[in-house]
Design a protein around this ligand. Structure first.
Ligand SMILES: Cc1cc2nc3c(=O)[nH]c(=O)nc-3n(C[C@H](O)[C@H](O)[C@H](O)COP(=O)(O)OP(=O)(O)OC[C@H]3O[C@@H](n4cnc5c(N)ncnc54)[C@H](O)[C@@H]3O)c2cc1C
Length: 287
């Protein structure tokens, strides 16, 4: 196996493009190394992106935030401005594994590993985040919801690497929240998860919202009907009930020992509702 550690994105793309056989990007390695140790994957080439300068910072710009693909989830939690603007994205990243895992792992690794239960993905979808993808044909912006295409599968093409994630700028009366249900409080993956991102207008009326669910379908879902249920409201009980029904209706989960279809469908409604209440309160809404 060849281990390569380029120092810029262009070199990473060149190496990923020309390498033959089983070629893998390595970020924190908390998924890839586990799969290698388990014998599920035997890379011929590993391209480590942790030494790439463009991928190692968090930048605040007039258009929002740019988070490098090699930035650890722990660093997201330490970034005061990011935490203030996107508390839901940061809380999702800071639920992944443990302190040790978060010291290495990245939200882009979480996204590209394409687990339906990945914690940061519903929060990124609700945030309307964009993945900046570099490849042999240049750079393209991809809606994060379009990166994962099913369990363990992505829309990335040969030679492509995600350089960063872009989060849009926020108005003062905006906030997001992420919640997951796990049977254990630590070191477990979501049986169901929900993220809500919303913006308030005058008198606490919700003028914009996005709702996303995780672990209830082959990939994280955007649920426009759930957002529609609360837009134009002050998150009264009727709006919350409609949001909850829309969340349940969107579910297409698996049935396994961690949760039945009926259970996951019911919990999606509960978490959708609670995440909306949390985001609303964080945005300054009063009930
Ligand atoms: C003990 C333990 C607990 C865990 N708990 C959780 C949890 O609670 N919630 C959760 O969601 N996950 C959990 N995970 C899974 C894992 O930690 C996360 O998915 C993590 O975010 C992966 O990030 P990484 O940087 O380590 O990815 P890596 O392992 O480096 O990469 C993951 C995949 O993404 C690809 N990739 C990485 N970066 C890029 C890029 N820039 N461009 C293109 N492809 C890329 C890699 O090739 C690989 O296929 C856990 C893992 C362990 C070992």
């Amino acid at each position: 196996m060849q281990y390569l550690a380029p120092e810029n994105t262009a070199d990473a793309v060149a190496l990923l493009s020309k390498s033959k056989g089983s070629v893998h990007v390595l970020a924190g390695g908390s998924d890839l190394l586990v799969r290698m140790k388990g014998g599920y994957v035997e890379p011929d080439v590993i391209v480590d992106i942790k030494h790439i300068k463009q991928m190692n910072g968090i930048k605040k710009t007039a258009d929002g935030f740019i988070i490098g693909a090699a930035v650890s989830c722990a660093k997201l939690g330490e970034h005061v401005a990011l935490r203030k603007a996107w508390p839901g994205v940061v809380e999702a990243a800071n639920l992944i594994g443990s302190d040790q895992i978060q010291g290495r792992c990245t939200i882009v690794g979480n996204l590209c590993n394409a687990s339906p239960a990945a914690d940061s993905v519903p929060a990124l979808i609700a945030a309307n985040a964009v993945a900046v993808v570099h490849g042999p044909k240049g750079e393209r912006d991809v809606d994060v919801a379009k990166i994962g295409t099913g369990p363990g599968k992505t829309s990335l093409k040969k030679g492509e690497v995600v350089e960063s994630i872009r989060l849009p700028a926020r108005s003062a009366k905006s906030a997001d929240a992420y919640l997951r249900f796990t049977p254990r409080t630590e070191m477990d993956i979501a049986v169901v998860s929900a993220a809500v991102n919303l913006t308030l207008g005058a008198k606490g009326v919700i003028k914009d919202a996005r709702v996303s669910l995780g672990a209830v379908a082959p990939r994280a879902l955007l649920v426009p009907a759930a957002a529609k249920a609360i837009i134009g409201t002050t998150l009264d009980d009727a709006a919350l009930a409609k949001l909850a029904s829309a969340c349940s209706a969107a579910c297409n989960p698996i049935d396994d020992k961690r949760g039945t279809v009926a259970y996951r469908t019911k919990v999606a409604a509960v978490l959708g509702r609670r995440a909306a209440e949390s985001a609303y309160a964080r945005a300054g809404g009063k009930k």
